[in-house]
Design a protein around this ligand. Structure first.
Ligand code: SAM
Length: 266
């Protein structure tokens, strides 16, 4: 299958690890379902690659994206198969039929900067009572780190976008804390606040925390960050000398879908 794409959607297509994880879970969902699916939504469909996977296991896929450029291309790529591509903001779309399967890949680290949580809250009422959502949840962990140069803003630890001289090096100073699991089968609270208590294992200067998000595609399939899925976030905090054995408490607050500007630590 050939997809017409923009540069960004091309990079998403080239991320084989991300794609194969989605392919595997769509295939698995199909094998577990005896009755067959009628309708799937692919929300934030981009190139339409996940719609294409889903088209093999359902009668009809409704694929939506708000980017008119990629929608034009997806309409072309998918024109002869059972996929209807719609150009609209999902948050404004009212669906006619309930879905057996909802695929939604508008993910980002902690669900802070993209609209995944808002989209899930909007579409939950359109999922049949025995319906399936892919992914099913995301899990986020935090680690205390020491970056070699002090960061002056929140940034992604994104190998694709950083040139060699801008690469951020850091040391992990203590344990990781599994601080959040967001379940896509339930209404999501968009305001998030937690107290992180790190146990320090290495002497050093604590000046940031690193957030890593794992995507639970199904009960037995978890996908870590890949080149195009959820690069870890590095969040600068007030710097502090720490020693092995210290316990450090940090409050972390943000708004899901509110943007990285909503992240606060104290
Ligand atoms: C990370 S890309 C994923 C594309 C595709 N699902 C894939 O896996 O290759 C997310 C897509 O969601 C779309 N998107 C984000 N928020 C949206 C919204 N509120 N309504 C419609 N599309 C949205 C973006 O335009 C982008 O194409």
């Amino acid at each position: 299958m050939l997809f017409e794409v923009t540069k960004y959607h091309q990079d998403l297509l080239k991320d084989f690890e991300r794609l194969s994880a989605f392919f595997e879970v769509i295939d698995e969902v199909h094998l577990k379902n005896d009755n067959g699916f009628l309708i799937a939504y692919d929300l934030g469909c981009g190139s339409g690659v996940l719609s294409y996977f889903a088209s093999k296991i359902v009668k009809k896929v409704i694929a939506i994206d708000k980017d008119s450029n990629i929608v034009k291309k997806a309409k072309c790529s998918l024109k002869n198969i059972n996929v209807e591509v719609i150009c609209e903001d999902i948050l404004d779309h009212e669906f006619k039929d309930k879905a057996d399967l909802i695929i939604c890949e508008t993910l980002d680290t902690g669900l802070i900067d993209e609209e995944q949580a808002l989209i899930i809250n909007h579409v939950l009422k359109y999922l049949k009572s025995n319906g399936t959502i892919i992914p099913s949840s995301v899990i986020s962990i935090a680690e205390p780190i020491s970056t070699s140069k002090q960061l002056d803003h929140v940034c992604y630890d994104d190998e694709n976008n950083l040139s060699q001289e801008n690469k951020i090096s850091y040391k992990i100073l203590g344990n990781f804390i599994n601080f959040s699991e967001v379940d896509f089968y339930k209404k999501i609270d968009l305001k998030f606040k937690t107290k992180l208590i790190f146990k320090i294992d290495l002497d050093g200067i604590l000046n940031s925390i690193k957030i890593t998000t794992f995507t639970k595609l199904a009960e037995d399939l978890i996908c870590g960050p890949t080149s195009m899925l959820n690069p870890p976030l590095l969040i600068p905090i007030k710097k502090e000398h720490v020693k092995k054995g210290d316990e450090i408490s940090i409050f972390l607050e943000y708004e899901l879908g509110g943007g990285i500007e909503t992240i606060k630590t104290y």
